[in-house]
Design a protein around this ligand. Structure first.
Ligand SMILES: [Zn+2]
Length: 511
């Protein structure tokens, strides 16, 4: 059984913004965690390339939509490599293999008698690629997300019979595990309770899209096409892709991690489309919140957009990952504050984790000739050993329910408790009496062992820092041994040599 996790397929109107980086980092951590737990993970990301907005963006640049998409799509793949994102599949919806999956899917939905021709009238936001439900004064109304006027549309479109699936969708969304967090589920339950309306799945004025078989001038509505990217990604290879291949290779997805603005498409339209095509629905849709900066919405007009490239080149991968994972509760809105960022990185990573490693390895060097001391076990019940065991359990529990911020805090708490254990026991005083040596050995061994476990627990969260910590302890993660086994207390080898120390994390300056 494989574990399939997806980011949204990002719209290629621009290079990745901080929100896309956030979603992708969270998916990356979950994917890494599941791999460490021994699951066969397929981590899917990619780009959504069709639609009116892309067509217009390319026109404005005076280039072909395909050329524009090639450029942006390459920027995305380079970005994800720079951020060390461990994706398995990168799907482009302009690929031939995706097109064949869309056509095959459409045939299935048609056979279920769920497609008909109708007239679509309404106010449309090109930015959202979505009709808005009767907003007041629509001609002057601005989409709250895009701050742009809506456009009036009146055209013949093909429709999908969403209304037919009212009961089935109600049942699916009533399952508490399907939509998380609960606030998001409530929004959707409320929306569905008003009655589902059929929606149009083709456009006649958009040439940059997949042509609808048998309907000249119609291309598929970008969402109908894009959602299927999750399916075609699974079986995508150089030349072909099919629904059956995707089903055999791991469909349905275990988690779609998305921003809350596209929840309706994923939790309502998408399951209905899949049922119509005789396919299984995803197991979970996790809707995260929006990111603001210093309490304000980020926008070009405000000039406060935080460029993720700059963050990465200035601070590196680990600090940004730590802030986004630990400081934002998955599902809630998050705020990026420059000073808070610097404070958190300095407190958590430099002062707590980095300092712990520095002080213990320097004591070991000084007192035990650059070696890990013997695990003396004077105490019948080592306090730190108990702390570490509980921290590992809580960490696992929180990761399983996708509370990544709680999991990160468990690692931090273990580091705080390890520092406290050192301060309480004051081995630097004990070491002055020869008789105390066995106890000093026990203390230092316990602290080094706890640090080793901290390093291993950081593996899915901060892969770079994790390997730096474990290298410093001469105890690196071994792929051939299950991760959970390596998290057992007491595996640090007594009398093994400690490598030459190097700084693992730098303090940041606030400007
Ligand atoms: Zn909009």
């Amino acid at each position: 059984m494989s574990f399939v996790i997806t980011t949204p397929l990002y719209y290629v109107n621009d290079k990745p913004h901080l929100g896309s980086v956030y979603t992708t980092i969270i998916c990356d951590s979950i994917a890494r965690y599941k791999r460490l737990k021994g699951e066969d993970v397929m981590f899917i990301t990619g780009v959504d390339e069709h639609g009116l907005k892309i067509q217009r963006t390319a026109n404005e640049k005076g280039i072909e939509p395909k050329t524009h998409c090639d450029e942006i799509s390459e920027i995305f793949t380079i970005n994800w490599k720079n951020w060390d994102i461990s994706f398995d599949k990168f799907i482009r919806t302009s690929s031939k293999s995706h097109e064949s999956v869309v056509n095959e899917f459409y045939e299935r939905v048609k056979e279920s008698n769920d497609i008909y021709m109708g007239v679509q009238k309404g106010w449309y936001c090109v930015g959202c690629e979505e009709f808005k439900d009767n907003p007041e004064n629509s001609a002057t109304y601005k989409c709250p997300i895009h701050q742009k006027n809506l456009e009036w549309k009146n055209e013949e479109n093909l429709f999908f019979r969403l209304s037919k699936y009212q009961k089935q969708i109600e049942k699916i969304i009533s399952e508490p595990s399907f939509i998380e967090p609960i606030e998001r589920r409530n929004e959707i339950v409320n929306f569905v309770s008003k009655g589902l309306k059929d929606f149009s799945i083709s456009r006649t004025n958009v040439s940059w899209g997949i042509p609808v078989p048998g309907h000249l001038n119609h291309t598929f509505y970008v969402w109908f096409d894009a959602l299927l990217g999750y399916v075609s990604a699974i079986s995508s290879n150089e030349t072909e892709s099919s629904l059956e291949m995707s089903i055999n290779a791991g469909w349905p997805a275990d988690i779609h991690l998305i921003g809350k603005d596209i929840l309706r498409f994923h939790a309502v339209y998408w399951p209905a489309m899949l049922i119509s095509a005789g396919m299984r629905v995803p197991k979970k849709v996790l809707g995260h919140g929006f990111l603001t900066r210093e309490g304000q919405k980020m926008g070009k007009s405000l000039g406060n957009v935080l460029d993720p490239d700059q963050l990465l080149s200035r601070y590196g991968n680990d600090p940004v990952r730590w802030y986004l994972i630990k400081d934002i509760s998955l599902g809630s809105d998050g705020d990026f504050q420059d000073k808070r960022f610097v404070d958190i990185i300095n407190n958590d990573l430099a002062n707590t984790i980095g300092n712990l490693l520095n002080r213990t390895s320097s004591m070991s060097r000084k007192w035990f000739d650059n070696k890990v001391p013997n695990n003396e076990k004077i105490s019948t019940n080592n306090k730190l050993e108990n702390f570490a065991k509980i921290a590992v359990e809580k960490y696992m529990h929180n990761f399983e329910i996708y509370k990544l911020d709680h999991a990160a805090n468990e690692v931090l708490n273990l580091a705080i408790n390890t520092n406290l254990y050192l301060n309480d026991n004051q081995p630097w005083l004990l070491v002055k009496e020869k008789d105390n040596l066995p106890f000093v050995k026990e203390i230092i061994y316990a602290v080094l062992e706890s640090t080793r476990i901290i390093g291993l627990l950081l593996l899915p969260l901060l892969p770079e820092l994790s390997s730096k910590i474990n290298e410093q302890l001469g105890s690196i993660y071994k792929k051939e041994i299950p991760w959970e086994e390596q998290l057992r207390w007491g595996l640090l080898i007594s009398n093994s040599s400690l490598p030459k120390p190097t700084p693992i994390i730098n303090k940041l300056e606030y400007e």
